[in-house]
Design a protein around this ligand. Structure first.
Ligand code: UD1
Ligand code: MG
Length: 415
């Protein structure tokens, strides 16, 4: 098998997003869109990933600093996608293998499609292979122009299309595999002869065909995978598609999602078998939910939440950065933040942890088998021993626990 590296283009300014933030850092179901493209490259085992950055380059590099295997390449002026790839030439001048070129704004990419692309490229012994998609609504994308025998001739950008070409519904989702030598030779010859006066990577395709090399275009990309994100509307559309994927996988793994259209689950969430997610639940960030839990309706689970098994969280319950042990119940109107909750604790309606003292966030630890009555306010930092019993309507601070603990078991008592 030939050696392979990947180039991911992520330097663009993204005028259409109207943003100060690098486009590839905008999140799709809680993860920056670039992370999905990196994952797909990882899954098909490329030996190195070159990520071309320019606009807000430091922001992008900072966000991915823990990723191994990435070579960051600067494109100081964003002169177009062909120019962006050319910025990698110096790094790859002695490299003779194949180069996968992808865009950082296409997070719906699937590794399986890349595998097909690679197989077809190798089987056809082509110098370049691209995967295309057929869309009902093709506007905005580069169109695939084929000759009467079906061979690809060129890719024409939306803004450069003739009325006839605008009617073509086969588009370029920007999944390419090139022989490196052929690619860089063709890129040197690309000129900015187009409406936007940019150096287009898509023009390298007609260039390669013109020099007699074999180029294959395979219709291998599902419409739902082809969405490139150039606008906030496309960001939202891609997020919806990703959300469906996340939920489908969870359901296949034995999670019940009662109403998928009215549930939002972060890509980083893990949920165990036979857990039921009731409608209007929002799970955001790295959240781990065990088996047999019942969450919602109207629950909000935030980053750092860990629920062990058989936990029940009901309406308007928010949990953040907390660990809830087996059998915890918080059925109504609670906020549990920066807290460890022991086994079989019952948290009554409207009880909250007051975790922020105005300056810092403080920790609460609730032992096993505690009973927290309705409307209790637990002022952090606070430790409640196993079996503590907090009466309804109590405001509990560590001082009150210390004072009452041994003498008056009316407000704070051990069971
Ligand atoms: C591009 C393709 C188009 C395809 C579409 C799929 C070109 C010329 N057009 O169009 O055929 O249908 O993707 O989504 O390639 N970038 C740089 N440096 C630059 C310019 C862009 O790194 O100088 C990066 C961007 O950050 C982005 C990617 O390249 O991640 C694609 O650029 P974008 O401006 O989004 O191109 P499209 O108009 O979407
Ligand atoms: Mg784009």
């Amino acid at each position: 098998m030939a050696e392979r590296v990947a180039i991911i283009l992520a330097a663009g300014v993204s005028k259409r997003m109207n943003t100060q933030i690098a486009k590839v850092l905008h999140e799709v179901c809680g993860r920056p869109m670039l992370s999905y493209v990196l994952d797909a490259c990882r899954e098909i085992c490329v030996s190195k990933i070159y990520v071309v950055v320019g606009f807000s380059a430091e922001q992008v590099k900072g966000r991915f600093s823990e990723y191994a295997n990435i070579v960051w390449v600067r494109q100081d002026e964003q002169l177009g996608t062909a120019h962006a790839v050319l910025c990698c030439k110096e790094h790859l001048k002695d490299y003779e293998g194949e180069i996968l070129v992808l865009c950082g704004d296409g997070p719906l990419i699937r590794a399986g499609t890349l595998k097909t692309l690679i197989e077809e490229h190798e089987a056809g012994q082509s110098s370049a292979t691209l995967a295309t998609a057929v869309l009902d609504e093709a506007s905005g994308y580069g169109r695939i122009v084929r000759d009467s025998s079906g061979n690809i001739q060129s890719i024409v950008e939306d803004s450069d299309c003739t009325p006839g070409q605008l009617a073509i519904n086969e588009i370029n989702p920007s999944y390419y595999l090139f022989n490196s030598k052929v690619l860089f030779e063709a890129l040197e010859k690309v000129e900015p002869d187009n409406v936007k006066e940019e150096y287009y990577l898509t023009d390298a395709i007609s260039g390669i065909i013109g020099t007699g090399h074999k180029v294959a275009a395979i219709t291998a990309v599902q419409p739902a995978e082809a969405v490139g994100i150039n606008s906030r509307a496309q960001l939202s559309a891609a997020s919806k598609i990703m959300q469906r994927r996340i939920q489908k996988e969870l359901m296949e793994n034995g999670v019940t999602i009662v109403d998928p259209d009215n549930t939002w689950i972060d890509a980083r969430a893990q949920i165990g078998q036979d857990t039921v997610i009731e409608p209007f639940t929002y799970i955001h960030g790295e959240v781990k939910i065990g088996q047999g839990c019942r969450i919602g309706p109207f629950a909000y689970l935030r980053h750092g939440t860990v629920l062990r098994n058989d936990v029940v969280l009901g309406v308007y319950t928010e949990v953040k950065n907390s660990i809830l042990a087996d059998g915890v119940r918080a059925r109504h109107l609670s906020f549990i933040g920066d807290t460890t909750v022991g086994e079989n604790v019952n948290i009554g309606a409207g009880s909250i942890t007051a975790n922020f003292d105005g300056q810092k966030v403080c920790q609460t630890n609730i032992g096993n088998n505690c009973y927290i009555g309705s409307g209790a306010v637990l002022i952090a930092p606070l430790e409640l021993k196993d079996g503590s019993h907090i009466n309804a309507g109590t405001v509990v601070s560590q001082e009150s626990v210390n004072e009452l603990g041994g003498k008056d078991k009316k407000d704070v008592s051990e069971r």
